[in-house]
Design a protein around this ligand. Structure first.
Ligand code: ADP
Ligand code: ASP
Ligand code: MG
Length: 594
């Protein structure tokens, strides 16, 4: 008999009526000859209310006690759900994370799942019960209760679907599926019938709160097709699978994050080991960093900027202060009034002019871009928080996200071509004995075909990036990595890489633009080496960037540019160091390369 996992989010179990409605859906699936596991979140806003209660007691609650507190939300809802199913005449048993045997590490408030036992669930299912699992929680080696991070019930659901080799994993929520952007922010957003794991991973970690990003890591790693649907209707929803909706369009979605802060560290030594020192201190505090931008050094000093979640700013500043103390030089500043706007799409890896269109759109709205980072499938721009909504709307419109991609999109029914369960079973077997959320690296690559150009001391004003990339694109040059740092003092520095054969042409463009902007200078490196480490969920595994920094720093190799995404961390080093750097990385990741 097939197993179906159905997850119900907070709003979908917010009232007794909604709990009964969810119970009916599960009973219906069971009557259709399936074994059903429900994963349930805490009712409505009860997790927020528990957090607020804790805050009224203390500013710094011990993380262990926070988990003890937060896990109670889900315990309430699973019990009520089991009662609802009994009341409707079927059998159900509710289980906490500990009772299921969801083992996690001990990182309270953002624990990672190590293993899940299926024995008790399977026995209960075989005896005719609907199993009701508490989402978001687990238990560590010492039997302490842990939680997986806000929104973590999605991750519980997909992880259960993986280990149970479920035929379907249905995520019931309060919208009709995954949209091109948050439909509450932009009513013109369009529901997509299908989206790829890689795109959803990026969107989820760049602000699309509809799915917990780590649930998508599980989906990708274990081949679980994830079906996002509205709990109040039978609308078709969205399938999250390997294939995107369209390979022809550059951008499939846009996202916005307003609760991050920018941190800039200026005047630190431009020597191997500087990034390592800063980011390993931050990682030791379990803070996830994004938009790392390191400015090509000058006069022996480097500037590094990045973003962190606002609620982790204090911890981050402490870490950076420790580094500055060790370096004996450097200053740290931060800005809370920022927002990150991103566009994502598998198609952009093969098209020119995508970055240019995004920058032009923002420039036309008179919105200044403070920082830029790109990866193969996403572009992020940091803007003032006051412009967040306008920036999102403009970008959504510029890429015509409200319109379905032309022709080749297949009919909706084919979207339900779930991953083949036998493939999933193979993966589960292959990954047995490895912690479920263990780091997973599948490739380490060296690209020696690129050159770097940097425009320094450009005015920090709207339209500069748009102008540069418009002219570079007009010359038919494909730009790979783009990094713009936060200038401070009204100045910005913009670096990008192009194929070596196009360096002269791109340099001419850069020099012409620079000479028009009186104070800008252009530097370049005719041969750089780009090293990429690819895998699953690299941004949440902060240890990947650190391992790269450590390996390169120990070999005395200096980093020129860095870019991070969910699926890849890229670094640019001097061209002469390519093969040696590759060697170092292969050794450093030997134990996690699968
Ligand atoms: P649940 O409680 O069911 O887990 P969440 O609040 O976590 O629900 O997620 C659903 C919400 O995610 C929606 O109400 C919507 O406002 C928001 N959201 C953000 N980005 C997107 C997106 N790209 N597509 C759909 N919903 C999104
Ligand atoms: N109840 C938890 C939260 O609000 C987990 C979840 O809903 O996914 O974050
Ligand atoms: Mg959620």
């Amino acid at each position: 008999m097939a197993i179906i996992v159905q997850k119900f989010g907070g709003t979908s179990v917010a009232t007794p009526e909604k709990i009964l409605a969810a119970a009916r859906k599960a009973i219906r699936a069971q009557k259709e000859n399936n074994q059903v596991v429900m994963v349930v979140s805490a009712m409505g806003h009860s997790t927020d209310e528990l957090i607020e209660l804790a805050r009224q007691i203390t500013d710094r609650p011990p993380a262990r006690e926070m988990d003890m507190l937060l896990s109670t939300g889900e315990q309430v809802s699973v019990a009520l759900m089991a009662m609802a199913i009994h009341a409707l005449g079927s059998h159900a048993v509710s289980l906490t994370g500990a009772q299921i045997g969801i083992r996690t590490d001990a990182t309270h408030t953002k624990a990672r799942i190590k293993s899940i036992s299926t024995r008790r669930m399977q026995q209960l299912l075989d005896a005719g019960n609907i199993v009701i699992a508490a989402g978001f929680q687990g238990i560590d080696e010492d039997l302490n209760i842990t939680t997986l991070g806000r929104g973590g019930s999605d991750t519980t659901a997909v992880a259960l679907a993986a280990v149970l080799r479920a035929e379907a994993c249905e995520i019931y929520t309060d919208v009709d599926g995954v949209y091109t952007t948050d439909p509450r922010l932009l009513p013109e957003a369009r529901r997509v019938p299908r989206i790829s794991y890689d795109e959803m991973l990026e969107l989820a970690s760049l602000g699309s709160g509809v799915m917990h990003n780590r649930s998508i890591e599980f989906g990708k790693k274990y081949g679980v097709a994830i079906h996002v649907r509205n709990s109040q209707s039978d609308a078709p929803g969205t399938m999250i699978v390997a294939e995107p909706e369209s390979r022809d369009v550059a951008v499939c979605g846009a996202a916005l994050i307003k609760d991050e802060a920018r941190v800039s560290v200026t005047g630190v030594p431009d020597v191997p080991g500087t990034s390592l020192d800063i980011f390993s201190r931050i990682a030791a505090r379990n803070v996830t960093v994004d938009m790392i931008v390191q400015d090509v050094g000058e006069g022996g000093k480097a500037d590094i900027s990045f973003t962190v979640p606002k609620n982790e700013l204090q911890l981050t500043l402490e870490a950076v202060q420790d580094s500055i103390r060790v370096f004996g030089t450097g200053t740290v500043t931060h800005d809370l009034n920022v927002a990150k706007v991103s566009v994502v799409g598998l198609g952009m890896a093969r098209q020119t002019g995508v970055a240019e269109r995004m920058f032009r759109t923002l420039a036309d709205q008179q919105i200044n871009i403070q920082m830029i980072t790109t990866s193969e499938i996403k572009i992020s721009a940091l803007v003032s928080r006051d412009h967040a909504q306008a920036a999102l709307r403009a970008v959504h419109e510029a890429f015509q996200l409200e319109k379905a991609p032309p022709a080749r999109a297949e009919p909706e029914s084919s979207a339900v071509n779930a991953a083949d369960p036998s493939d999933a079973a193979d993966v589960v077997t292959r990954l047995q004995g490895i912690d479920m959320e263990e780091l997973f690296i599948d490739d380490i690559a060296l690209d020696e075909t690129q050159a770097r150009i940097t425009i320094k001391e450009a005015p920090d004003a709207p339209g500069i990036a748009a102008r540069v990339f418009e002219e570079v694109a007009a010359a038919g040059i494909f730009v790979d990595m783009i990094v713009q740092s936060h200038g401070g003092a009204g100045r910005a520095s913009l670096s990008f890489t192009v194929p070596q054969s196009r360096l002269q042409k791109a340099l001419n463009v850069a020099q012409r633009i620079a000479s028009e902007m009186a104070c800008a200078q252009v530097t370049s490196c005719p041969r750089v080496a780009k090293l990429s480490v690819s895998g699953v969920g690299l941004r949440s595994h902060t240890s990947v960037a650190i391992r790269m920094f450590r390996a390169l720093s120990e070999a005395g190799i200096n980093l020129e540019l860095i870019s991070t995404s969910e699926v890849r961390v890229n670094v640019i080093v001097d061209g002469s160091q390519g093969p040696r750097a590759l060697d170092c990385l292969q050794t450093a990741f030997a134990d996690v390369l699968r």
